[in-house]
Design a protein around this ligand. Sequence first.
Ligand SMILES: Cc1ncc(COP(=O)(O)O)c(C=O)c1O
Length: 439
Amino acid sequence: MDERAVLAARRGPQCGVPGRVARGRPAGAQGAPRDRWPARLALQRDARGRGGRADRLHGRFRPSQGLSVTDFEALVQPGIARLKAYDPGHDIVALRERFGREVLVELGGNESPFGSNPLVAAAIQAQLAGLARYPDPLATGLRAALARREGLLPDQVLPGNGSHELLMQLAQAYAGPGGNVVVPQYGFAVHVLAAIAAGAEVKRPDALPLDAEMPRGHDLDAVAAAVDDATRLVYLSNPNNPTGTWFPTRALEAFLEQVPQSVLVVVDEAYHETVTVPGVPSARSLLGRFPNLVVTRTFSKAYGLAALRVGYAMADAGLLGPLERLRESFAVNSLALAAAEAALRDQAHVDRFRDSNRRQRDSLTESLQALDLKVTPSQTNFVLVDFGADAAPVESALVERGVVVRPMLGYGLPHCLRISVGDARENARLVSVLSAVMQ
Ligand SMILES: Cc1ncc(COP(=O)(O)O)c(C=O)c1O
């Protein structure tokens, strides 16, 4: 049996955002509710049937006859049994085959339309002769480069196979049965997944209300109030995925002052490089004062290295020690290590990306607002768009026309879609297809 089929069989036919769906606001709570979409869109959705998206995603990997999914489910550990696999969005491989790579507009993954800098290709090329050898298990070069840039010691930096890996390991090392993990409503799906996989309970304090200055953003007061004696870990994202919202670093400081030092506070800064407003310097500046603080970042976004899977955590060396023990041997491969080091050498590339992303984010926001859509303020390379009615028919119609965006049902936001900021051509295509399907 094909290995992917076995994996899909273990996972089961459902694929969604892990954990209980966040407590969403009532339907139509924002903006003028739409009674219905044009009949054309409704028909498309009906033709697809229930669970159409999950079916499309895993349809290629159906379990073959004779493999009993139920038997294996009974054997699985309780934390894992409660898990639903991370939803990576559409079957992008099938869509590329269908539309052609050049035609398909991929705005579902918050990747960089800029790609990586030219030094990266050369660095990867130089590694090719050494593929028979394992990579540096300690990621010495990358650690040293990151430590130098951040003004830390090398053992205060831990590279991982994507920051996803590190986010999972933090819960594995520090949370578990009997404890809880606090993830604010609309917090990043992987944070919930990490807590559940570790066997911990998940507490979901409400996000800020829609009429707040930062609608649907993290409510740090509510998060602090949710921390109790059983809390082991708090995950925050700044800025946050999928809302794009952010909080000032001084608010984080005030929050950290309230949280006992026995509770780890993870600040996920996957979108740190796209922030252009003042007042949100990295939580890195607080590491010296708060030994329970962990900051994670990634090379998948601004550095354009999503395919290579490299991220890193910054924290007290003692806090990172258990993660070192837990990590897979040679977790970050040699191509990824070399590429990340090369990417770090060209800060101008990241600056160009930030500037272009800000311009495109502003103009995309204006275009979407001109279509009467509500756009949540964003400091990331995506925007959360509220359609005021079930957004699934719109999403289906977009993908049928070769434009991929991210549905938000799993986050308890069925009226919303998350749209990555592409380049000018991609954004223009998105806007023109969207305005056509909404007419
Ligand atoms: C908030 C947030 N954290 C972490 C990640 C994972 O990044 P990586 O590619 O480093 O695993 C993402 C990816 O989308 C993200 O949005």
